[in-house]
Design a protein around this ligand. Structure first.
Ligand code: PLP
Length: 372
């Protein structure tokens, strides 16, 4: 317990606390698990098909294909949409490395485009600077939950016969004029990692698409490249299936997603209200085009702010501290991406999850407003 002179008692405020959602949902989780046991079908069974249909209705997209993780979803989506004769992926360097891992595993080369200094997302302008004839796919990550208006980028890609994959692992449920993140491009991907806005109780992911050909390819790729049992019809297949237990849990969580996203946006708005005159910036998360995944601060004095918050019992973390092009295992020497490099030095994340109590939210807000 922290004893604050100027407010109520608060426990340490964690960046995230999954145990709260688990205890809140314990009855429905047990019901989900027993419903799977009743079917006797634990791999690509009726609970996976049911959830795929539910998520496709929610996103208003023709096909959803459940896979084993968000990184697998990216790998399979990139493989499925890469045009014949091309082998290069353009993406942002500031999104945690998942797209880089996926593209490398798929056997493709990477080119990084710099991001906008406020949205933290790639733009048509930045992609234009690094275009080359080998580029077949652009992966746009809707980072921290923000679905930018990227119509310019879509137009640019169309012009050059480049396919778009949207990584919505942080932005599920975000939409612009009713069009959901993940359904603007040729394929969308997401992760059901437990800390995501729509989290399972284990690993999971999905690919979305409106194209029947892409959907069919993803279905084959997730299961060894089989067209029918034991017949490998396309190369590049893997074993990457969404688990029925996770699907049954996700079915029960999906109806609450928008309310949870709204709660996340409220938390971030409160932090912003408390810091309007500060030298650091809490990035905005207002409107349905933002899922409120992370409450991110931009600060030139990041280390001292994080230390001070830690001494007040508030946990923080950095998403993400190393740009992909500077990762020791991958370094792409000679590349300079100033906005992404600056962001990697200045961003940090505050506690933000739907189960935070009002007392905790106010305590974090008050502590921020008292920071130097
Ligand atoms: C979490 C995350 C992923 C990867 O998801 P996993 O299920 O952990 O593989 C991919 N992209 C982004 C932006 C993420 O935040």
């Amino acid at each position: 317990m922290l004893h604050r002179k100027d407010g109520p008692l608060v426990n340490k405020v964690p960046l995230n606390d999954l145990s709260r959602a688990i205890s809140r949902d314990s009855e429905s989780v047990l019901a989900a698990v027993s419903s799977v046991l009743e079917t006797g079908h634990v791999i690509l069974g009726p609970n996976v098909s049911k959830f795929e249909v539910e998520l496709s209705e929610f996103l208003d997209v023709n096909y959803v294909i459940g896979v084993a993780s968000g990184t697998d979803a990216l790998e399979l989506a990139i493989k499925a949409v890469m045009p014949e004769g091309k082998d290069t992926v353009i993406t942002a360097p500031n999104a945690g490395g998942y797209t880089s891992i996926a593209a490398k595993r798929a056997g493709f080369s990477l080119i990084y485009a710099d991001v906008d200094s406020i949205t933290m997302c790639i733009t048509a302008e930045e992609v234009k600077k690094v275009l080359s004839p080998e580029v077949g796919v652009v992966v746009i990550t809707h980072l921290y939950g923000l679905l930018t208006d990227f119509s310019d980028l879509i137009a640019l890609c169309k012009q050059h016969d480049i396919k778009i994959v949207e990584d919505t692992a942080q932005a599920i449920g975000a939409h612009r004029n009713g069009v959901y993140a993940g359904t603007f491009g040729d394929a969308g991907t997401t992760s059901f990692y437990p800390t995501k806005n729509l989290g399972a109780l284990g690993d999971g992911g999905a690919v979305f698409t409106n194209s029947p050909e892409t959907a069919e390819k993803i279905k084959q790729l997730r299961q060894y490249g089989w067209s029918t049992k034991y017949k490998v019809d396309i190369p590049g297949g893997v074993n990457s299936r969404l688990d029925d237990m996770q699907a049954a849990i996700l079915s029960r969580r999906l109806p609450s997603l928008q309310a949870w996203n709204e709660r996340r946006r409220k938390i971030i708005s409160h932090y912003r209200e408390q810091t309007v005159h500060k030298k650091f910036l809490v990035l905005p998360a207002e409107g349905p085009w933002h899922s409120g995944h992370l409450a991110v601060v931009l600060a030139s004095n990041r280390e001292s702010l994080m230390e001070k918050l830690s001494s007040e019992g508030i946990q923080t973390d950095i998403h993400f501290p190393i740009s992909d092009h500077l990762q020791p295992a991958w370094s792409a020497s000679g590349v300079s991406l100033p906005n992404a490099e600056k962001a990697a030095k200045e961003v940090f994340s505050l506690p933000c999850f739907p189960e935070m109590t009002d007392t905790e939210i106010e305590y974090v807000g008050r502590t921020l407003s008292n920071l130097f």
